[in-house]
Design a binder for this molecule. Structure first.
Ligand code: AMP
Length: 406
């Protein structure tokens, strides 16, 4: 089984069936309506191809952005459909709305090897609210259900959860979800020590639960990015005008105390690349703090060296969040140094989605680490030890289907 009793698509009898495939085709789209990063589309291809090779009729479904339950042209899956059709070398019929007459008609008329892509699921408010009527309509489009949307696994939405109550089954996961779960589970189970977490990005508040959880599992936590300034401020270090979450300073203090109590080494930056504005690429180094009137936008070379040493000696590593304002070249060296060290270490290494995944890809190192998650939020939820609602629902549906087959 791929995961807790849920089969993977290649463990199921799917030949010549109708499949509802929930994917994560939430690719970035430019103002001109172009897909600017094909990663999520590429990740979806193997599972679709597997089904097509078995003469299935395939109904694809995904959300795109946040249209807030309304039809908004800029969130149409149209550009995604044309890119995907090109990648698969296969025609894709796009519906005008995720449910309704056109979707019903097209999915009914499908012949062997046809692909119908439902328009953005979030055009209907029922997707996010896990609405029963919406879920029932989605469920009427096929018999078999495959979830290959890891990026949405932490959401209890209609196409992830409610739909399962209205389908016959079997139910399973695609190759992407299987790979993500296997990698994350391996990180949890891997006995090699030390376990090092590298955390960055802007917001401490987003990562509090994760940090608390990691304090029970890791030996060392390296903290960079803007979130380091909240921790430095908690230690009484001058942080100048750097991005700071003042209301989180007390929480940071508690975390530092807890780390001390648990004998976890929280390593904060000891030097910084600073500037008076994010638009000013004239930078200078400062340390241990950031002088008044200046802002810290990246970890400095001394910190890079310390972080690299930890990374080289680690047994397993989880990285989430850039070390600085990496979108600007002048402030990208810290993130690059960490990414580069990750390609050289012997440790089992997972990069946890979001900006760190984008950064490692941008730097061309993504093939040189053990795994890059396609879903940051889902990966964090998994490591926080919380159930992923989408997968929990799938587990229940799978068990129900297995029992019905006895
Ligand atoms: P998050 O969504 O919390 O992971 O934050 C990611 C964002 O934080 C990225 O866009 C980074 O450019 C930004 N970031 C990281 N470090 C800094 C910093 N020192 N100052 C300003 N922005 C930063």
């Amino acid at each position: 089984m791929a995961w807790n009793g849920i089969p993977a698509i290649n463990q199921m009898d799917i030949a010549e069936q109708r499949i509802f495939m929930r994917l994560d085709l939430n690719a970035p789209i430019s103002e001109e309506g172009q897909v600017t990063d094909l990663t999520r589309l590429e990740a979806a291809v193997p599972t679709i191809n597997y089904a097509l090779a078995r003469s299935c009729r395939v109904v694809l479904a995904s959300h795109l952005g946040r249209p807030k339950g309304q039809i908004k042209k800029e969130y149409s899956l149209e550009p995604v459909a044309s890119h995907l059709a090109e990648m698969l070398d296969h025609e894709i019929m796009l519906t005008d709305y995720p449910i309704g007459d056109t979707a019903t008609q097209l999915t009914r008329q499908m012949r062997t090897g046809d692909i119908v892509l439902l328009e953005n699921l979030r055009f209907d408010p029922g997707e996010k609210s896990n609405d029963t009527a919406f879920a029932r309509q989605l469920g009427s489009f096929a018999e078999i259900y495959i979830n290959d949307a890891f990026g949405t696994a932490h959401r209890e939405h209609a196409s992830m959860a409610g739909i399962l109550n209205h389908m016959q089954g079997p139910f399973g996961v695609g190759f992407l979800v299987e790979r993500e779960l296997t990698a994350l589970q391996r990180l949890v189970d891997e006995p090699a020590r030390p376990f090092i977490a590298i955390l960055g990005g802007a917001k401490v508040s987003d990562k509090i639960t994760l940090v608390r959880q990691l304090l029970r599992k890791c030996q060392t936590i390296l903290i960079g990015g803007a979130m380091a300034y909240t921790f430095l401020a908690a230690q009484g270090v001058e942080v100048g005008e750097s991005l700071l979450e003042k209301e989180q300073i007390e929480v940071a203090e508690q975390i530092l105390q807890l780390a001390h109590h648990n004998e976890v080494n929280i390593q904060l930056p000891t030097d910084h690349v600073v500037s008076d504005s994010p638009d000013n690429s004239e930078t200078r180094l400062s340390g241990p703090g950031v002088p008044q009137g200046m802002m810290g936008f990246d970890i400095g070379p001394r910190t890079c060296e310390t972080f690299t040493k930890h990374i080289m000696n680690a047994g397993k590593i989880f990285w989430n969040g850039p070390m600085g304002f990496f979108e600007r070249k002048a402030f990208s060296e810290g993130t690059r140094a960490v990414a580069e060290a990750l390609t050289e270490t012997q440790a089992y290494t997972i990069v946890g989605g979001g900006d760190s995944a984008a950064a490692i890809r941008q730097m061309g190192f993504h093939d040189k680490v053990d795994h890059v998650c396609t879903g940051g939020g889902a990966a964090l939820t998994f490591l926080e030890g919380k159930p992923l609602p989408g997968l929990a629902a799938l587990q229940v549906a799978s068990a129900r289907y297995s029992a019905s087959q006895l």
